[in-house]
Design a binder for this molecule. Structure first.
Ligand code: ATP
Ligand code: PAF
Ligand code: BAL
Length: 274
């Protein structure tokens, strides 16, 4: 596996390797990321992964400084997973002084994570556009776990005619249903024990909706049971899968963000064909 940290080395590696599928990450890799590497290997002859904790997508009160980092462990996992190229730009390489361009995707970025984290999707879209352009990837793989992000990137690529195909990877879960996430390591044992209830409550709400319960009723019940269990529910909503607009009938995507202590969990599932 080639490890590159500056643009001239990336360009040379790209020329040598040929068509690439890219998996953008912020590191602290887990089995969810590795499933995206495996998906990428099915999409193109060579696979690149980027590791970059993107300051532009973190608000001033957010956890940029304590975001988990483990470069040596990440590189070992990428190598073992059959990754051909690791792109590890520094903040200075990604954002040299004088930078004046950002990308703003409206539509699917409005609401939910976009409302909870103002400016977040501007940072995500900007860095992803740069990663696509830097690597020249023909395919990029994103986890469905961050459903809204996945739709924002699809929208951006369609709107800007970017020459990259976006592929989604299904959410990898722990045995008890908790969606894997780098931030799960911050759950204390009591919170870790409660955490799978989020997915269970979502599954119950989805099953109720498919059995004919009005979404508003099913969602209110799920919210109430989660709040009683100790979750701070930020949102739990049925939305149109691509636009992220709230809807009152399935099919759709059930999306949620809920806090346990200081850890914010995200999850989503399809309801019907959503
Ligand atoms: N459990 C998972 N299953 C599949 N893909 C995942 C999973 N968790 C993250 N991903 C995907 O991996 C890519 C990189 O995500 P990132 O590095 O932010 O990891 P993360 O675990 O989501 O971290 P965070 O704690 O910030 O949510 C994204 O496309 C994300 O959707
Ligand atoms: C796509 C991404 C790597 C952009 O920084 C990040 O938002 C993430 O890890 O999901
Ligand atoms: N997986 C989304 C990256 C973030 O939380 O900033």
């Amino acid at each position: 596996m080639k490890i590159v940290r500056d643009l001239p080395s990336l360009r040379a590696a790209r020329a040598e390797l040929g068509p690439l599928a890219l998996v953008p990450t912020m590191g602290a890799l887990h089995a969810g990321h590795l499933s995206l590497i495996a998906a990428a290997r099915r999409e193109a002859p060579r696979v690149a992964a980027s590791i970059f904790v993107n300051p532009l997508q973190f608000g001033p009160q957010e956890d940029l400084s304590r975001y988990p980092r483990d470069e040596a462990g990440d590189l070992a996992q990428l190598e073992a997973a059959g990754c051909d190229l690791a792109w590890l730009p520094s903040v200075e390489v990604m954002y040299p002084p004088g930078r004046a361009t950002t990308i703003e995707v409206l539509g699917p970025s409005e609401g939910w994570e976009g409302a909870a984290r103002p400016g977040h999707f501007r940072g995500v879209a900007t860095v992803c556009a740069k990663l696509f352009s830097q690597t020249g990837a023909t395919v990029a793989v994103f986890g469905e776990k961050d459903w809204q992000q996945y739709q924002v990137i699809r929208r951006m690529v369609a709107d800007l005619d970017l020459p990259v195909r976006i592929v989604g990877g299904t959410t990898v879960r722990e045995a008890d249903g908790l969606a894997m996430s780098s931030r799960n390591r911050f759950l204390d044992p009591a919170a870790r024990a409660l955490a799978p209830r989020l997915h269970r409550a979502m599954q119950a709400a989805a099953a109720a909706m498919l059995a004919g319960t009005a979404p508003a009723t099913a969602l209110a019940e799920a919210r109430q049971s989660l709040t009683a269990a100790g979750f701070g529910v930020d949102y739990l909503a049925l939305v149109e899968a691509e636009t992220l607009r709230e809807t009152d009938k399935a099919p759709g995507r059930l999306i949620a963000a809920a806090k346990l202590g200081t850890v914010r969990l995200l999850d989503n599932i399809a309801v019907g064909a959503g």
